[in-house]
Design a protein around this ligand. Structure first.
Ligand SMILES: NC(=O)c1ccc[n+]([C@@H]2O[C@H](COP(=O)([O-])OP(=O)(O)OC[C@H]3O[C@@H](n4cnc5c(N)ncnc54)[C@H](O)[C@@H]3O)[C@@H](O)[C@H]2O)c1
Length: 431
């Protein structure tokens, strides 16, 4: 397999977590860094030990990289990905894939036409909860799908003010008021990637922000958006339903801000701050904390990762959980901090393997569209006080395509990598 050269686009906080992983991958021969802000370009390149830098996307696209990894602000991704694909580069994109139906349609068409690799860097796909539910689903343990809940409860005070100031500069409030449902992929992907069904219709209600801090409000931001919390109810294509909450003003814990619960006709997964459980019709309750909790990182681990010890963006770094398939990762990743509940290592490895094998990564463009489109329509519904609206679909990935999951499955150790713990309780009442 021929090693690739990756150009990182955008040198904000998130890129900082991924650049070392791309650099360390055995199938990456070189990494360059592109950032429009000269001072940030210099300091981040120095921190990452990168000597090849550019000041614009055009310069990066004219360079000899094979792939670009997009870490720019959340509303910029689709046009940049399309430009890169047209320039013959594979694309890794931080979420979301796009912020309008039109640009997502063009993105899917461009991937189809160019035949290049496109992968969405959806962290939730490799959260322990999602991996657990996907594997239990594949084993038939849920039965038929009934209902799913995906929630992203990220209060503005939990790191978002700092992140948006770093991102938007003096005018940061203009972009911090982005409608919550324009960032729907963390929640949506946890349900869609487990059941394989898609969201078909939606009714969504929004809550007009009351804080008066100048972020959400008519005339205050690029989207003229006054909604800081949005709740959507979806019909799913398998006849079930799903409820998605995207909250930016909520007095919640915030430690695991992305939350999944999934209900089937045979068994259910439920997640709360102090415990995840598997429950089923046999009246068994199985605690999953030992299987699903990521190992914490020490302040020294954070410092070694180039992150401040008292970082408010603690999500950017984490250890692994017992359920994580670490056996498939390159040896070079051992001992390096991962992030967002262990997902970073898998995302970087998936992308490089997809580019070097030509196989479809799990979070390919058709999956990305199904994680993203429902939120865009939900926000339109919220603007019309819950009007029931159809969610468009751009179809499935090509049926005959080689899939990265199949290649990785062949690497699986003979012994089952994890087993379901024994139930802690069987019966009706236990308190
Ligand atoms: N869990 C997750 O998946 C997760 C977590 C955090 C961030 N993100 C996503 O990652 C992305 C980056 O987040 P961040 O916090 O680092 O953002 P940021 O705004 O701090 O960084 C973006 C950087 O891109 C640069 N940039 C913008 N346009 C450019 C261009 N044309 N050429 C070169 N540089 C350009 C900006 O100057 C800025 O330094 C966002 O889209 C965000 O949604 C995802």
């Amino acid at each position: 397999m021929k090693p690739i050269k990756i150009g990182i686009l955008g040198a904000g906080g998130f890129a900082r977590a991924f650049t070392p992983l791309f650099k360390a991958h055995p199938l990456v021969r070189a990494v360059s860094l592109t950032e429009i802000l000269p001072e940030r370009r210099r300091t981040e390149a120095e921190l990452a030990g990168i000597t090849e830098t550019y000041g614009s996307l055009d310069e990066l696209l004219a360079s000899d990289c094979d792939a670009i990894a997009i870490f720019t602000q959340r509303w910029m991704h689709a046009p940049q990905a399309i430009a890169a694909l047209k320039a013959g580069k594979h694309v890794y994109s931080a979420v979301p894939a796009g912020v309008s139906v039109e640009e997502l349609a063009e993105l899917v068409e461009t991937v189809k036409r160019t035949g290049l690799t496109y992968m969405l860097g959806e962290t939730s796909y490799y959260y322990p909860s999602t991996i657990f539910c996907r594997e239990m689903w594949q084993q038939g343990k849920f039965g038929h799908f009934v209902y799913g809940e995906g929630e992203y409860m990220h209060d503005m005070s939990h790191g978002f003010y700092q992140a948006y100031q770093h991102s938007g500069g003096p005018d940061w409030k203009r972009t911090a008021g982005v409608p919550p449902m324009l960032y729907p992929t963390h929640t949506m992907s946890m349900i869609v990637s487990v059941t394989g069904a898609r969201m078909t219709r939606v009714s969504c209600l929004g809550q007009v922000d009351q804080s008066g801090d100048g972020v959400f409000g008519k005339g205050l931001n690029l989207w003229n958006n006054d909604l800081s919390n949005e709740t959507a109810l979806f019909r799913t294509s398998d006849g079930g339903s799903a409820r998605i909450n995207e909250f930016r003003r909520v007095g919640h814990w915030g430690g695991r801000s992305v939350r999944l619960s999934l209900y089937g006709t045979e068994g259910c997964y439920e997640e709360q701050p102090l415990g995840d459980v598997w429950v089923n019709r046999e009246r068994e309750i199985t605690p999953l904390n030992d299987l699903l909790r990521c190992m914490p990182l020490t302040p020294e681990d954070l410092e070694a990762a180039g992150q401040s010890k008292d970082s408010t963006q603690h999500d950017f770094y984490s250890g692994m959980a017992a359920i994580h398939p670490t056996w498939r990762l390159p040896r070079e990743y051992t001992g390096r901090p991962s992030g967002h509940h262990g997902s970073h290592h898998f995302l970087a490895d998936d992308f490089v393997r997809a580019c070097t094998t030509g196989a479809l990564p799990p979070n390919h463009v058709w999956a990305a569209a199904r994680y993203n489109l429902p939120g865009l329509i939900a926000h339109e519904s919220a603007k019309r006080e819950g009007e029931l609206m159809d969610v468009p679909d751009f179809g499935d990935a090509p049926a005959g395509a080689s899939r990265l999951e199949d290649i990785i499955a062949k690497l699986k150790p003979a012994k089952a990598p994890w087993t379901l713990p024994k139930p802690a309780h069987v019966g009706v009442a236990w308190w």
